[in-house]
Design a protein around this ligand. Sequence first.
Ligand code: SF4
Length: 64
Amino acid sequence: MDISIDFDKCCGAGQCVLAAPEVFDQRDEDGVVVLLDDNPPAGQTENVVQAAAACPAAVIQVRV
Ligand code: SF4
């Protein structure tokens, strides 16, 4: 799984962290997303796809 994020457009909504807390985190200072694992194991696929779908800024791209 490949994940790419347009960090400049992240609005810090945190939906990705709720959906996949093992893959996404947020910076303390401004809430911008932090990618903890850019190639997560297959068991995380559903969570990551949900995170991408839930992101209000649509900045998460996932290739499975
Ligand atoms: S859900 Fe989208 S906009 Fe919100 S923190 Fe995650 S990547 Fe950023």
